[in-house]
Structure formats: structure tokens, C-alpha cells
Ligand binder design. Structure first.
Ligand code: IMP
Ligand code: MG
Length: 197
């Protein structure tokens, strides 16, 4: 694991973003929609930098790259009412931008007064859509990163820094994911066996 952004660098970046967002909206009420699960740390830290009247909700977006190619599945059960409101979507990373492009499009259908986008990270030269985030923490090189909310197969989200995932870390995460999958199957098998008895 190679640290790309340490915790104090992240803290400074999030503060700067907070000031930028505050300067844009002033004291106008704002509705923040955090995209789960990757934005969890960024969202919590960014919220503490804002002083306008604020409502917060979350939405879950999952994209299935393999199998159901490019299909974005959104769970909006925990999203606040946004019609007629100024909305700021908060996410961890804008990579190709496909996910946030589709998400913004779906949120537009709910008729908010305005929609803007804040992300912690963008990756250099990866954008594939005709939109860009309005507030960006850091523009990073084209490397796969984990930590501060970002995961590889659901591991490493809890790290307080952003690090480049190296081969041994990838293998370790894969082993964990496979073990968890196997345990899941075994649990189901024993539950089924218990039912039969
Ligand atoms: P998109 O290409 O902008 O649609 O990015 C889709 C999703 O891929 C992001 O929301 C992240 O969940 C994930 N992703 C892209 N790059 C990285 C990375 O470097 N680390 C962890 N997740 C990533
Ligand atoms: Mg994500």
C-alpha cells in the first residue's frame, strides 16, 4: 500500500472544499445527498465544514460492470425530498464519470431547483462524459486507490488515508472476499440442513 494522500492533506483539502461550497451557496438552505458507501467519510467530514441550513440524506448507487454491463441500480429509500431544493451530490470519486452522470440525470427527474456535484477525487484523463464535478478535492493519477471510504471488493474503506492498491493488498482483499463468499454458502447450507431436521 502506498499512501497518496495522508490524513492531514485530506483534512486540508476537505476544509478548502467546505469553504468553496460555503462561498457558493452562502446562507441558502442546502440539501446534501451522499452516495453510499464510498462517500461515507468524506460526507461526514465535509458536513462539519458547512454552516448553512442543511438537510442530509443518502442514496445508494451500484454499477454492474460485468454481466449486466453499465447498468446502474439506485436505492433512493433514504433520500430526502428534493423537489424545488438546491441539491449537492457528494461522492468519493469521479472516474469515467458514468455513474455520476447517470445518477445526476435520475435526480434531475425529481425536479430539484439546482443540482451540483462535489467529489473528493477525480482521475486525470479518464473522463468519458460531457459533464464534470463542480467541486473537486484532489485530481489524482490514473491508479486504483482505496481508503477514506474507497474500497476494493469492500475492503480498505476504513483507512484514514488514500493509498494506491498494490498487488499484495489486492490478493489479500480477494482472499477475504472469497472466504466471506464461502462462509455465506456454508451458512446457507447449514441453515437449509437445520430446516430439514
Ligand atoms: P465511474 O467510472 O466514474 O462511473 O466510477 C464508478 C465507480 O467506480 C466509483 O463510484 C467507485 O466506486 C469506483 N472506482 C473508480 N475508481 C476507483 C478507485 O480508484 N478506487 C476505488 N473505487 C473506484
Ligand atoms: Mg462509489
Amino acid at each position: 500500500m502506498r499512501i497518496l494522500l495522508g490524513d492531514s492533506e485530506i483534512r486540508d483539502g476537505v476544509r478548502r472544499l467546505g469553504r468553496e461550497i460555503q462561498a457558493f451557496y452562502g446562507q441558502k438552505p442546502l440539501t446534501i445527498v451522499g452516495v453510499m458507501t464510498g462517500s461515507v467519510m468524506f460526507l461526514a467530514d465535509l458536513l462539519r465544514e458547512l454552516a448553512m441550513p442543511l438537510r442530509v440524506g443518502v442514496i445508494q448507487a451500484r454499477s454492474y460492470r460485468d454481466g449486466r454491463a453499465g447498468k446502474l441500480v439506485i436505492n433512493a429509500d433514504f433520500m430526502p425530498h428534493i423537489a424545488g431544493r438546491d441539491v449537492l451530490i457528494v461522492d468519493d470519486i469521479f472516474d469515467t464519470g458514468q455513474t455520476l452522470f447517470e445518477l445526476t440525470d435520475q435526480i434531475d427527474h425529481l425536479q430539484p431547483k439546482s443540482v451540483r456535484l462535489a467529489v473528493l477525487l477525480t482521475k486525470k484523463g479518464r473522463k468519458r462524459v460531457g459533464m464534470e464535478p463542480d467541486h473537486v478535492g484532489f485530481d489524482i493519477p490514473n491508479e486504483f486507490v482505496v481508503g477514506y471510504g474507497l474500497d476494493y471488493r469492500d475492503a480498505y474503506r476504513h483507512l484514514p488515508y488514500v493509498a494506491i492498491l498494490e498487488e499484495p493488498d489486492r490478493i489479500a482483499a480477494e482472499r477475504l472476499a472469497e472466504e466471506a463468499e464461502q462462509r455465506g454458502t456454508t451458512d446457507q447450507e447449514s441453515a437449509a440442513a437445520a430446516k430439514r431436521e
